[in-house]
Design a protein around this ligand. Structure first.
Ligand SMILES: *Cc1c(COP(=O)(O)O)cnc(C)c1O
Length: 398
């Protein structure tokens, strides 16, 4: 929690050095976000140079990098990778970041580059809904897949002999949390690598590498970019050999982001702290309103004191996310509630500046009740949003 003070928005001194941010006095996270990955200023050049659209680059003679062919590297990705690395691991040396076409591309790149036939991997039993698809593919390649729920650190019981522990904390959509430091210690003692899906927290909420993890992997589609208009993924890791394998996997599969998406993502990161602080504060207000509602709604939010996740979350997170979940008594009631909302779109995904909600059970696959709602809190005025949720609860009860 080296950065706890900056979550209150205290500005740093703005000292600029390599990568724009270090030197005397650590900059605050807002400062870091607006400057992350910017190149040194060049007269008459824009602050954030535009997207570089290139399938190939001029390359006379020996084909040495950095920029040769558009599936391998691109200057727009390089700047975005620098930016994400500065947020995920500002204090670590030798950390490498790779961007991908989507969160699943990033996740697959770690799973399939690090595991071989005969290896065992531990996956969450309650994680992102595409993980079971990855599981089936891993098993088809002769990899043993074990699962454990996110909450309660039950992963400890299935770690022996595993090559990789995959955790998703907070988990989507259940919002359970596991103790990353504790699990990393146990995994490393058994020779296993640890990857943390950091999608829900964002690097401003949690820094898995600081907690000891080997990889922080995330979907940038959600709150990192926050406008619901691009897909993106990334992997940050500190082990050069492991990251070389991830890079090789990206090249083999070609799961690369377009330069336009990469540039939009970088532009969006400048407002990350503003969005996250606003959305997460409103999420807490919405969670409190749901908790105080006369019906029992089984509300979950890791930032809510008394939530089963709160104690562990508070040890390892600096911000608790923009997703709140709760359960209405039936599918019909949940559908009426979603219909009655005026400021919240009925849509999947989360993290955007416009609030969304959905009845999660409509997809199948997640172990949630029929009336379970995942609500992603946007950047609307908190009073408006809380009032809209209260009114929809009331109207849908009739
Ligand atoms: C959305 C999501 C993913 C997948 O990301 P895409 O960008 O949709 O591929 C992975 N993990 C979590 C926790 C997610 O919420």
């Amino acid at each position: 929690m080296s950065d706890a003070s900056s979550s209150t928005g205290q500005p740093g001194d703005g000292a600029r050095a390599r990568g724009g941010l270090s030197g005397a006095g650590a900059p605050g996270e807002g400062t870091r976000a607006v400057r992350a990955g910017l190149p040194e200023p060049v007269k008459y050049e824009p602050t954030l140079p535009g997207p570089v659209f290139a399938a190939h680059f001029h390359l006379p003679g020996e084909p040495t990098g950095p920029y040769t062919y558009g599936r391998d590297e691109n200057p727009t990705w390089s700047r975005l990778e620098q930016a994400i690395g500065e947020l995920e691991a500002p204090d670590a040396d030798g950390v490498e970041t790779l961007v991908f076409a989507s969160g699943m591309a990033a996740i697959s790149s770690v799973l399939f580059s690090q595991l071989r036939a005969g290896d065992a991997v531990v996956l969450p039993s309650d994680g992102y809904q595409a993980l079971p698809l990855a599981r089936a593919q891993l098993e088809a390649y002769g990899i043993e897949v074990r699962t454990a729920p996110t909450g309660g650190d039950a992963q400890l019981d299935v770690l022996d002999g595993a090559r990789l522990l995959w955790i998703e904390t907070p988990s989507n959509p259940g919002l359970d949390v596991c103790d990353v430091r504790r699990l990393v210690k146990a995994a490393h003692a058994r020779g296993a690598l640890v990857a943390v899906d950091n999608t829900l927290a964002t690097p401003l909420g949690q820094r898995p590498l600081d907690l000891g993890a080997d990889f922080s992997v995330a979907s940038g589609t959600k709150q990192l970019t926050g406008h619901g208009d691009i897909l993106l993924g990334y992997v940050v890791g500190r082990d050069a050999e492991a990251m070389a394998a991830v890079r090789r996997w990206r090249k083999i599969v070609g799961a690369i982001p377009g330069p336009m998406e990469a540039w939009l993502a970088h532009r969006s990161i400048a407002t990350l702290q503003l969005r996250v602080d606003r959305q997460n504060a409103t999420a807490l207000a919405v969670a409190e309103a749901l908790r105080d509602w006369p019906e029992e709604l089984a509300v979950r939010y890791p930032g809510l004191p008394g939530d089963p996740s709160h104690e562990v979350a508070a040890q390892q997170m600096r911000r608790f996310g923009c997703v709140v979940s709760f359960a209405l008594p039936s599918r019909e009631r949940a559908d009426r509630f979603l219909d009655a909302l005026r400021l919240v779109d009925d849509a999947t995904s989360f993290g955007g500046v416009r609030s969304t909600a959905e009845r999660r059970g409509r997809w199948g696959g997640d172990a949630v009740p029929e009336g379970f709602i995942r609500l992603s809190v946007g950047a609307e005025d908190p009073e408006d949003l809380v009032a809209d949720v209260r009114r929809a609860l009331e109207e849908s009860a009739r």
